[in-house]
Design a protein around this ligand. Sequence first.
Ligand code: PPY
Length: 368
Amino acid sequence: MLDHEQVVIHTGRRSRLPVIVAVHSTALGPAAGGLRLWHYPHWRDGLTDALRLSAAMTAKFAVAGLPSGGGKAVVALPEGMELDAVRRRDVLHDVADVIASLGGVYATGPDVGTSPDDMASIGETTPHVFCRPAHLGGSGDSSPHTARGALAALRAVNRRLYGTSSLSGRALAVVGLGRVGADLARLLAAEGAALTVTDIDPDKQKIGDELGAVWRSPDEILAADVDIVVPAALGSTLTRRTAAELRCRAVVGPANNQLATPDVADLLHQRSIVWVPDYVASAGGVINAVSIELHHVSAGEARARVRAIEETVDDLLDTAQRHGQNPAQAASELVRRRLRVTSDPTSAPPMSLRLRAAGPDDAETRHC
Ligand code: PPY
């Protein structure tokens, strides 16, 4: 059964490429989620990605206590296709046409393969776009905020496991040194963490060297003898097989879609490995963008909202422990509860009206 509100698949007028926009839910507000411009063996694989990622955006906003819905856009590039500047603008304008046709139901932002400059190109046609460069009125690159949000999640887990939120001396394996992974690795190194890193691009070893990190191949890193594994790469890193090989006590990172299948969360739990759901640990970027561009809060307040991921994770781990659940179950129950609350007209007002105003039954809303 399709549990998305709408999915548009459109052949771009200029690029002739498949533009996919999946709107999973607008129960909490208009949908937001990034544009992934990436290579896929077949455009249907891009559709699968859009469906999964847009549902994760719904969960991301619900857990963060923000009044936005979940969506995602994907342009599925055939394997090996490179876009020159002209073709790229064509693609972005094709995406902008689809977004404009949705009349505000969905706004896009950066994701894998897209940048604030790309958002500027989309912004030439439609206002429904986040993270344009600051000189064009946007909140700019979301990656540093995603990295800070993941750091906040790591602090909560570290405190639970080791009694301190400081990551100094902690052994962490960062899997993927893209924009977010590299930012996060820098923050961790600055705090004195002992890093092991990897990326599929061997050139990224330079970043590892700068940070004094140990380099491992992507195949080896999940079995590294570290305290916490930090997924920051594309793709479902955790399969039943790789989960069985882990030697760490926790898996917490900013990557989307970390689990190959949902049952891997149970496997991790059985092995007493704490897994913070990806849609909780990766929310910093959207929290910052939406807070600044939609709620018009100050940069300082937006940072505080990103930092509050630490409390959100703390609460989730508490709830999970109290109910004998794994964190993934606790998080999806929280999502269901928050979506149910707003779709029931007799219930309390949506959390947009309760940001920072905790009610007795929904203490979690205070975090954002
Ligand atoms: C994500 O968090 O997965 C995103 O899609 C990034 C994003 C950032 C800012 C606005 C919308 C989406």
